[in-house]
Each structure stands twice: as C-alpha cells, then as structure tokens.
Design a protein. Structure first.
Length: 551
C-alpha cells in the first residue's frame, strides 16, 4: 500500500505528461501482481467499491473528532481525502495492527465488505495506515483520484511498458477485468496477447488536430473532404453476434442510458459517429437536450419520447467480419452510405459532405453553417486510413472562432489536488438591471486558461478582497468602484432556467486578466442575450455547460 500511496503523491506533484508516464511505468515494473493490477484499475476508473460511500467516511471521522473542528479543517484544506488522512487519530499502540496491508488486501477487504460492516472495515484499514496510505485508501473509496491522469494516459504507460501501440491495449481492454494478470504477462513477454471471448469490443478512435496558423497554406484542398462538426458526443456503435454496445470516444460503455438506440442496432458492424437528440434529418436538438439523458442509469419512456436520440454517422470501421479501417476514406465513405441505408432512418443517418473548391470558400461556410448545432468543419484526407490516436496530417478540425466577454470575478473556490491551497475555481458575472441600479449576475464558472503565475496573482487578489466566506468559497469585492475584470472566452451560449442570469456558457475559460479595466466597464447581460438571439452556433445548447453557479 505504501508504494501505491507514494505513486499518487508523486503523480499529483508531477505536472509533465512524460513524467507521469515514467512514474506509472516504473511502478508497474516494480510492483507484483495483483497490486499493480488494482492500481491500474484505480487509475483508469475501473475499480468498484460499493460498500463505502463518502458520507460514511464523514460519519467515521466525526465520531473521532469534534464535527465543528473537522468542518473548519475541511474548509481550510479543501480536499476530503487529504483532510481525513491528516486528522484521523492514530490508535493506541496496543490496538494498532502489526501488519500494514498491501493494496491487494485493501481492495479485497473493501470489495468483500457489506453495507453494514463497511464502516468497521474501513476504520480498521485507516487505523493500520500512515497518513499517505490513509490518503490512498480514501481515494480508492471515493473513486476520484484527481491526480491529473486519464484512463488513456494510464493505458499509454502500459503501452510504454510493453513497447507496443496504445491502440493494441484499447482493443482488448473491454474483455479484461482487474487485476489484469494476463495483460501484464503479455506486456512483459511472458504470455501471448489476451484472447477475449467478449463480443462488440471498442476500437480505438481516430482523432483530429486543430487547424493552426499556416496549416492550410501547406494543404491542397483537392486532397481533402470536408464535413460538418456536429455538437453532440462522439460515440462508437458496435454490434456483433447479437451483442450491442454503445461507447463514448474514450471507450466508456454508455449503452444503459440509451436503450432506445440499442434496440435499433440490428446489424453486425462498428460505426463511428455523433450522438444527437432529435428527428433526422431536419430536426436536431441542442447539447443541452442531450445532457438530459447523459449519465443516467435508467431512462423513463417519457424521457425517451421527449429527447429521442440518433447517431449521425461519420465512418464505418467494420462491416460484418470485415475490418475496413485500412481502406481509404472515400472507399469507407461509400461503404458507410450503403450500410446506413439499410438501418432505421430515425436512429441513423450519414453526416453530409460539405462541397468546396478553395479554403476561403470553406472558411465562409464554417463561419455561416446551415444549422445551429454545428460547431465547425472537419477536414479529412480522401486517401486516409482510419488510424488510432491523433496522427498529424490526415484529419483536422476547424472550429468556429470563440466569443469573448468581459466579466467581473464574484466568487472563488478552492481547487483540488495540487490546487487545494489556491482559490482556483472562479465564478464571474456581468451587469444587469436598469441604469443606476445595476447588479452583477453570475454567467459562468472557469478553472483554467491562466498560467501558474496568474493563478498566484488571482489567489492573492481573492484573499485580499474577500467580503464573505461560505466554507471553501469566498465572495470577492465586486461593485462599480472595485473588482477584477476577466476576459472570458467561450464557444457558445445556452438558455438556462437553472441560473439567475438565464444563460449558461459552453467551454468557458479565462483568456486574459484585465487588471487595467474598471469593473464598471464590464459587459452587460444584454450582450450575451443578443448572442442567444443570433442565428447560428451561438444559440445552440452546448457541450461543457458551466457548472452550477453560486448565486
């Protein structure tokens, strides 16, 4: 358990991608089975511990210390796992276990515990551990590591260990279970690749690069096909031998939230496309509509009727038993049109090709798309095979230009992990109301877009200008005479009944600190409302709608 705790600590403090990969690869080499397999499951989010919940953890710690003192400690630290690991009292020497459990033993104890004996099992484990090991145990229980490691990055560390492509791991991943003994044996050259008997497995997704300055000057328009970039979620639809599965672009199975779509998957093959709400081809709902169905364990008939889903197909990866990924794009496209032509038209259609002869013509179409749920165009080489990952050159995404607005910082909240000592999550607002009686109304929340140095500057500003405290949140001085103006970039807006301002931003991020601008000169709510009323992308509901605002 100690080595896993050290891994988490070092991953939190290591900002570079390559540094994190090296830490994970070294851990997998040095750690025996099954501990490394359970560590991998925790890093990829595939470790399930059902008997212990965060509320149970709070109950245990407040049985051991004054609840008010714990509340103050939690407010100061800002992270539940870190707080509990620091304040948990050591047991008397005569009651302290002689044996420090391994990661495998911790996982086995937690997974075998029932809801009734879960608290006692967890308390015993925390009694047996030091501060760093307690922190690791609590992270396992709560399921949110917050160490800057995605599931794909962990799989990349495995690929580095085995000196293979990460796509090879992704294509066998869904047929494996923790602690992955056969996977590690293969990566170390001790056994052949795992042979999965599972059907309808995920295929590694092909991704694109954003169009950057001077990219198009190097490309011949005749070599590329263009299609619209729809604002839904990228999915892979796979059916094989009667087994039907719907995957997100990262390989997470989401079939349970969309049983109506799964019912329509009457084919053998694998499709790549965009999950949207509506009735194709004329009516396509917003991402806000799609959000009503995401992350649900069950969907009522009323919800299915109100927010029907369909897939706008981009590519055909497999037709029956035939793998098409090595074929050129235009050949796959012809096969895709024929394949989708035999499916339920209310659940599957094909994303149309955008005709153009020159980049300037395509740029004009990108800026003035025919549908509000289009966020740009995709460029794909006509001869490109379907390659896993993000190869440079075959595919590009050319998104519409972001909007910007000047807003005033209203609230700041402590971050998590390495940011838990800083106020790094910011709620901002714009002016609303009649002249002379204006007030700030919150319109978004952002926690990225600034450098480490700017984070320190904003954190100091928050501490120096706090007017109220609400646990880990501070209300910041913001009026016509004083306030920090933030230039916020965002992809679009959505009408919202949840927020007092009536709007919610998509992908808000801080693009600039306006130390030079008086708070009174920040934008008004009418500026954002005008965007809602414009035809085109700004009126679309959006992916990444801002979190619930503090108001």
């Amino acid at each position: 358990m100690k080595s896993f705790a050290e891994l988490l600590d070092r991953l939190v403090l290591t900002p570079s991608r390559n540094g994190k990969l090296k830490l994970m690869s070294d851990y997998f080499v040095a750690t025996p089975d099954p501990d490394r397999g359970y560590a991998l499951a925790a890093l990829t989010g595939d470790l399930s511990i059902a008997a212990v919940k965060p509320a149970m953890l709070r109950m245990l710690v407040t049985e051991r210390m004054d609840p008010v003192l714990f509340g103050y400690s939690y407010d100061y630290v800002g992270d539940l796992a870190e707080t509990v690991s620091l304040v948990w009292p050591d047991p008397p020497p005569e009651k302290k276990p002689n044996h420090a459990p391994t990661l495998g033993e911790v996982v086995a104890a937690l997974q075998s515990a029932s809801r009734s004996d879960g608290p006692a099992v967890l308390a015993k484990l925390l009694d047996s551990a030091g501060i760093s090991a307690r922190y690791a145990i609590i992270k396992l229980v709560t399921g949110g590591l917050r160490i800057g490691v995605s599931a794909r990055l962990a799989k990349q560390a495995l690929a580095d260990l085995g000196k293979i492509e990460v796509s090879a791991i992704e294509e066998v991943w869904h047929g494996l279970e923790p602690p992955y003994a056969t996977l590690f044996a293969w990566l170390e050259g001790k056994a052949p690749p795992p042979q999965s008997t599972a059907r309808a497995l995920f295929r590694s997704v092909m991704l694109s690069h954003p169009v950057e300055d001077n990219d198009l000057e190097k490309l011949d328009p005749a070599d590329y096909a263009a299609e619209w970039k729809w604002d839904g979620i990228r999915v892979q639809v796979v059916a094989e031998g009667g087994v039907r599965k719907l995957y997100s672009r990262t390989g997470d199975e989401i079939s349970g939230a969309f049983p109506d779509l799964v019912e329509a998957m009457a084919f053998d093959g694998a499709l790549d496309g965009e999950l949207l709400v509506g009735h194709p081809p004329q009516h396509t709902g917003t991402f806000s509509d799609l959000q009503q169905r995401l992350n649900r364990k069950s969907v009522s008939p009323k919800m299915r009727e109100r927010f029907p889903v369909f897939v706008r197909c981009y590519d055909l990866l497999q037709d029956g038993a035939e793998d098409l990924r090595a074929l050129p794009l235009l050949v796959r496209r012809a096969r895709l049109e024929s394949f989708v032509g035999g499916l339920d038209p209310s659940r599957f259609d094909v994303s149309p090709i955008v005709a153009f002869a020159a980049w300037a013509e395509l740029d004009d179409r990108r800026r003035h798309p025919p549908h509000p749920v289009i966020e740009g165009v995709m460029l794909k080489r006509k001869d490109s095979p379907y390659l896993a990952g993000r190869p440079k050159g075959p595919w590009f995404k050319w998104k519409r230009d972001p909007h910007t607005v000047d807003a005033v910082l209203m609230y700041a909240q402590r971050g998590h992990g390495k940011r838990s000592s800083f106020y790094s999550d910011y709620t901002f607002g714009v002016w609303a109301g009649p002249e002379g009686a204006e007030e700030l109304v919150p319109v978004g929340k952002a926690y990225f877009g600034f450098t480490d140095e700017e984070l320190r500057q904003i954190d100091k500003y928050v501490r120096d200008n706090t007017v109220e405290r609400f646990g880990p949140v501070r209300s910041v001085r913001a009026d016509k005479r004083s306030g920090l103006v933030l230039e916020i970039a965002f992809e679009g807006l959505n009408r919202s009944t949840r927020h007092r301002s009536g709007v919610a931003m998509r992908f808000p991020r801080i693009s600039r600190l306006r130390w030079d601008k008086p708070a009174a000169e920040a934008d008004r709510i009418e500026t954002l409302q005008a965007l809602l009323d414009e035809p085109g992308p700004a009126s679309a509901g959006g992916q990444g709608e801002t979190e619930t605002l503090i108001s």
